[in-house]
Structures are given as C-alpha cells and as structure tokens.
Design a binder for this molecule. Structure first.
Ligand code: FAE
Length: 511
C-alpha cells in the first residue's frame, strides 16, 4: 500500500504535520528509511506521538491475505530478491523467478550476507528466535548502556510488543515435528553440553493447530520460514508496524529505494529516491524533504547510505569511524551425519539452543536448526553463534564506489574452532560424522544471517542513536551493535531501539 505525502498531509490532523515549503514541496516531520526492527520501533514511537511519518522501504509489501510465500525447498515469485537462482546455502543454484522477493544475499569479499527485503525487513525471513543475551556479556559489549534498564524494562517491553511466546513443553515432548530438537537435547546431555529452550515470535498455539486440527492451514509445518511465512509468525507487519499504521500517522511507500541523504543549509534533509518496478528497474526518481531522518536500512544498508552520502559531500561531517566494528555475530553453520534418526517431518521454527557460552576456550550458542527435507536424513544441523572478537570494516571500493568489506579468512578462525569443538564432542559422545555432503570442509563460515555494526553506538552516533555531526539524523538498527551480541540479534536490536527512541522523541518537543 502506498500513500502519497500530499494525500496524507491533507487528511491527517497532526501535531508535527507535513508542511508545504515555499517551493511547494512537502516537508515531512520525519522520514524512516527501512522497515525492519529499527524502522518499526522508530515508527511506533513517532506515530504514538502523533508525528506524521513517511516510511520508505526498498522491498515490496506483501499482503498476508494473499498467502504469497513459498516453502524454502520450492521457491517462487516472492522468494528471492532480484536473482535468477536459489541463493540458499543448499540452494544448488536452481533457477527462480527474477522478482523483488523477500530473501536477498549481498556478496561481499569474505562474507555472503543474507538479509530480508520487504515491508517488515528481516522479520519476514528470519527464524523468529527471540533470545536475550547473557547479562554479563551485554555489559561487555555495551558498557555505557544501563543493563539494569535493559533487562528490567526494555527487553521485557520488546518481548511483549513483538508477541514473543514459548512452546508448550508437553506438546514439544511428544510431537514428531520436534523429534530433531529432542534428539538434540539427548545428545547434548551425553556430550555434557547445557541446552536451553528458546522463545519465538511464531505463535505456538497456531503451530499446534497445524499439527492436530484437520484442514488447519500450515506454515511452519509446511517448510515455510526463510522465504516468508503465510501464517503463524508475528512478523513486524503484524506487530509494531501494524500498531503504527493504526494511529493514522504512518505513511508507507514500498519498492522505494533511498540512494543518498543530504543535509541542507537550513538543517532539513533531502533524500534522493528511486521508485522500483518488480523487475528491479527504476520506474522514476525524485527527491523528498524532511526535518528528521531515521535511518534503519540494516547494518549494510545504513552504513552504505552514510558512506555514500559522506563521499558525495552530502553529509560531510560524519565521523571517521563510520564502517568500523562490523561483525557477522560469529555465525557458522555445521552439521553431523549418520547419527540418530531426527525425523522426516520437522517444523521450520527452531526452539532449542546448545549453550556453551561460558566455556573460555570454545564459547558458542548453537541453534539446533531444522532440516525440513521431508525424508529421514539422520542428520543434525546447527547454526552456531560463536564468540568471535574479530571485526571487519565496511567502506566504498575505490573506483567502483561499491560497498566492500575488509574480512580476511583468518577472521573466521575462532568461529571454526568453536564449531568443530561442538561437532567433535557430540560425535565422541553419540557417534556420527561431520556432514561433509552439506559442508565439504566440515563447517560453513563464509556467510552470515546476522550482520551487525558499521555505525556503532557511542562512536558514529551518541549513546542514543543521534548521528554525530548531523543534527536530526538518527540510526536505530543493527548497525549500532558492535559485531557480536552472543545470541540471535533481533530482540536486542528491538530493545535498544525502544530505549533510544524513548529518549530521542524528546528532540521533537521543540518542533
Ligand atoms: P533489517 O531487518 O535488515 O531491515 C532493514 C530494511 O531496510 C530492509 O527491509 C531493507 O529492504 C531496507 N533497506 C535497505 N536499504 C534500503 C534503502 N537504500 N532504501 C530503502 N530501504 C532500504 O534491519 N535474528 C534473530 O534474532 N532470530 C532469528 O531467528 C533470526 N533468523 C534469521 C534468519 C535469516 C535467514 C536471516 C536473514 C536473518 C535472521 N535473523 C534472526 C537476523 C535478523 O532478522 C536481523 O538481525 C534483523 O532483521 C536486523 O534488523 P534491522 O532493523 O537492523
């Protein structure tokens, strides 16, 4: 759904209303770039305060009533962002329709970065795991943010607004769909690893209905997740963004990509935008104006826009540390074959973690990941988040001006060591071999689902996401976080954005 600024400005009675400037174009009180976690929390707070807000999202808005999404083994039109082949780690390069689908992979030197595209950002494609980091690790990575405030106030607030819930232990204990996770618990216990059940934004009552109620619509039990869920998952378009739209103060333009941001002499901002067709071509280009910009294009998108705008002289005062502190959250995938039967039917939503975070030598938190192939593979799959202290730097490549990353292979060494420790100890205790058919070298460290950093809190921004050097410009997304949060990141991105927005909304008092 697309609402024009002009229509919105004339129809909404607002405190901070979009004003017509002397030149006749609309000046929005606030524009948000990107509709993932940072963008959605920004939208919630701005609109709750009756600030007329325009949200620009380069991906497409997919109405849930159309049930547009496909299982990951049979991708379709809505699945992949502007590629003609399946980009999944096990996608075998099979052909897919070239369209503005939900899952994208940005290939940078040393790292393939998976991201969500569409109204809802990463929430459309992620596994929904809503995990709180260990409190002492949080203190390590963000020492200037009060952990008391975060753990007593903002994490619970974020969990509530994201509609996080937990699986019923009795159903988990008996359903065939989670045999793979129960096997994970048994085998981890034999290997003397601790395990933890993990909350999720997928509605587990709905999932149980998928299992037990005849003719119930299926999503998690139909292999849907990484290319969108038609039902069950409380993606942001069903939570924060829907609450923001219900206020009447949020206007959304999808398929709208921001290319540069310029601050003018009077302190306002001009955003250059391209309206995209669903084949990726540019239908039209124009400029939008606003008083404040909330930049939430994700770690790569936000950092790239800032780098580009600095290099063109449009945001000349951005600090030198822009692009630094980027990390892959220690992501690494591995697996074990010829182990116990893990079940032919597997829910696509993970609920179990193997928690070895406090091991000083091989720290990791490993999601026991589903492999919903529909046949018994006697294989266990793990997406491990390791404590990898190595960081890269995002920058623009000389000559081409394309986003690039400095990430030597040696940066992956701590992740590989921890992942191998996981597999070796599990195999020693339970039997089994490295799943070399899936991962020829035993582990896959050349990708990440969790890009973090590039515009670090307290460095590129102040301690609340206000960008240094450009008053009125804010960042609230994963680019604030220093490369590794120790668990799956969206709950921390959301909770931190809640904390920051509660503070920066006070900046509007003067408007
Ligand atoms: P993000 O959600 O990426 O949103 C950024 C938005 O900005 C996107 O919609 C972009 O299309 C849009 N955008 C980018 N550039 C532009 C531009 N120039 N103009 C206009 N729009 C633009 O950012 N995390 C968990 O905690 N639990 C999980 O279970 C989990 N599973 C995952 C599985 C997969 C396959 C993937 C890819 C990620 C997973 N994640 C998971 C990571 C999580 O989704 C990610 O950390 C957050 O989505 C990042 O939130 P941001 O707000 O930073």
């Amino acid at each position: 759904m697309t609402t024009t600024a002009a229509a919105a400005a004339s129809s909404i009675p607002m405190i901070g209303s979009a004003a017509t400037s002397g030149k006749g174009s609309i000046v929005w009180p606030a524009i948000i770039v990107g509709s993932g976690y940072g963008g959605a929390v920004s939208a919630y707070h701005l609109t709750a305060n009756k600030i007329s807000t325009l949200m620009l999202e380069m991906g497409k808005r997919w109405p849930h009533r159309d049930h547009p999404f496909h299982p990951m083994l049979t991708p379709g039109l809505s699945s992949i962002w502007l590629k003609s082949w399946n980009i999944l780690p096990f996608g075998l390069n099979l052909p897919v329709p070239y369209y503005t689908g939900v899952l994208d992979r940005v290939d940078l030197p040393g790292k393939q970065v998976y991201v969500g595209r569409g109204f809802g950002g990463g929430s459309l494609v992620n596994g929904g795991m809503a995990v709180t980091p260990k409190r002492d690790y949080f203190r390590d990575i963000l020492p200037r943010v009060s952990d008391q405030e975060m753990y007593e106030r903002f994490y619970p607030l974020a969990r509530g607004r994201l509609m996080v819930n937990s699986i019923d232990p009795a159903w988990f204990g008996r359903t065939d769909w989670y045999k793979f996770a129960r096997v994970g618990i048994d085998q981890a216990q034999k290997a003397q690893f601790a395990t933890a059940m993990v909350p999720n934004v997928y509605n587990f009552k709905f999932m149980r209905g998928e299992d037990e109620v005849p003719n119930h619509p299926r999503s998690a039990l139909r292999g849907e997740v990484i290319m969108g869920n038609n039902y069950g998952k409380k993606s942001l378009d069903r939570t924060y963004l829907s609450m923001a739209e219900a206020t009447g103060f949020l206007n959304v333009r999808d398929l709208t990509r921001v290319s540069t941001i310029r601050q003018t002499k009077n302190g306002e901002f001009e955003l250059s935008i391209d309206q995209l067709n669903t084949d990726g071509s540019v239908a039209s280009s124009s400029t939008l104006r606003c008083q404040r910009v909330f930049l939430n294009a994700g770690s790569l998108g936000t950092t790239e826009l800032l780098l580009r705008s600095r290099s063109s002289g449009d945001l000349p005062n951005l600090v030198d540390s822009l692009g630094e502190g980027w990390g892959d959250n220690g992501n690494i995938m591995t697996g074990r074959a010829f182990t116990s039967a893990t079940g032919a039917s597997q829910s696509s939503i993970p609920v179990l973690g193997i928690d070895n975070w406090n091991d000083p030598n091989y720290p990791f938190f490993a999601e026991v990941a589903p492999l919903p192939a529909g046949v018994e593979l006697y294989t266990s799959l793990y997406l491990a988040i390791t404590r990898n202290p190595n960081r890269g730097r995002l920058s623009l490549e000389n000559g081409t001006g394309k986003l690039t990353l400095n990430w030597p292979d040696s940066n992956n060494a701590p992740a590989i060591a921890s992942a191998r420790h996981l597999v070796d100890r599990m195999n020693d205790a339970n039997g089994g071999l490295y799943a070399n058919l899936l991962f020829p070298s035993g582990t896959a460290s050349g990708f990440t689902y969790h890009p973090l950093g590039g515009a670090l809190l307290g460095s590129v921004t102040d301690y609340y996401g206000r960008v240094k050097g450009h008053k009125g410009l804010y960042v609230m997304d994963g680019s604030l976080l220093p490369g590794n949060v120790g668990v799956n990141p969206f709950l921390t991105i959301t909770a931190l954005a809640e904390r920051n927005m509660e503070e920066v909304i006070k900046d509007f008092a003067s408007v």
